[in-house]
Each structure stands twice: as structure tokens, then as C-alpha cells.
Write a protein that binds this ligand. Sequence first.
Ligand code: DQA
Length: 154
Amino acid sequence: MPTVYLLNGPNLNMLGRREPEIYGRTTLAEIEASCREAARRLGLELVFRQSNHEGELVSWIQEACERADALILNPAAFTHTSVALMDAIAIFPGPVIELHLSNIHRREPWRHHSYVSLKATGIICGFGADGYVLALEAAARMIARRGEKPSGGS
Ligand code: DQA
């Protein structure tokens, strides 16, 4: 079964009571439960984790390099600051999906820049908790297409 690592950065353990007008009222435990259900439906093995520590996230991304077919990352505030996370995902050999609950592009200007976007395959943002399931669906599609020849051309 293909394996997907879904990693969450700082303060996402506070979802539910963290600025609910921006991030909604769904807790991270509830998000994890819907991700587990989606992973079962999509035939994916899911590793779902959260850390408030940049170095721990870097170590988990390095672990994913050995074990995962796709990586989904909500880097939270580290999105906007972390060269270390950007460098770590640059090593990951498969698809990397950057994920945010909020649409970072309609928020404060300093949230518009993401170091992670510079190396991510694609970005899902602004769909709240639903974005997590959308990201898993995107990962499943990319894994299924692995090895397919690009269509078109002569
Ligand atoms: C976030 C957006 C970031 O700007 C913020 O620092 C977060 C959460 C999101 O999911 O919308 O912590 O990544």
C-alpha cells in the first residue's frame, strides 16, 4: 500500500480554539479522523503527525524520504520563515503538497511568501479542514499516475 506522510506544524494542535474565525472549529483530532477515513477509501497508508518544533519536522521529512510515496505538509508559521523545511522537502523524491486551512494570499502581506512553495509540487489553501481530504485525493492521483508516460506530442 502506498504511504503518505501528512505533517502539521506549530499551533495546529490548538485547532478548534485557535482563531476559529480564520481556522474554523474543527479540531486536529477530527481532521485526523476524516483523513484516516479518506486514506482507507483511497487505499493509502497514512502517517499523520503534528509538531511545534522545526527540527522535529525536518527529521520527519527526512524519515518520509525513506518511507513515503507522497508528502503533505501544513508548515503553519514555518511556511513563511523556514529555509530548513524548504531544503528538507527539496530532498523528497516524490510529490509534495503544501497545505493551508486559510487562503494565505488574502491575509497579511507577509503570509504571501512561502519558502515551502519554492519546492512544493502543488498548493492547496483556503478550503479549511476539507483541504486535508483534497490533499490526500491529490496525493493518491499523483501516486497512481507515477510512471505513466506524459500524453501528447508525436
Ligand atoms: C496556516 C497559515 C499560516 O500562515 C499560519 O501561520 C498557520 C496556519 C493555515 O493552515 O492556514 O499557522 O498554515
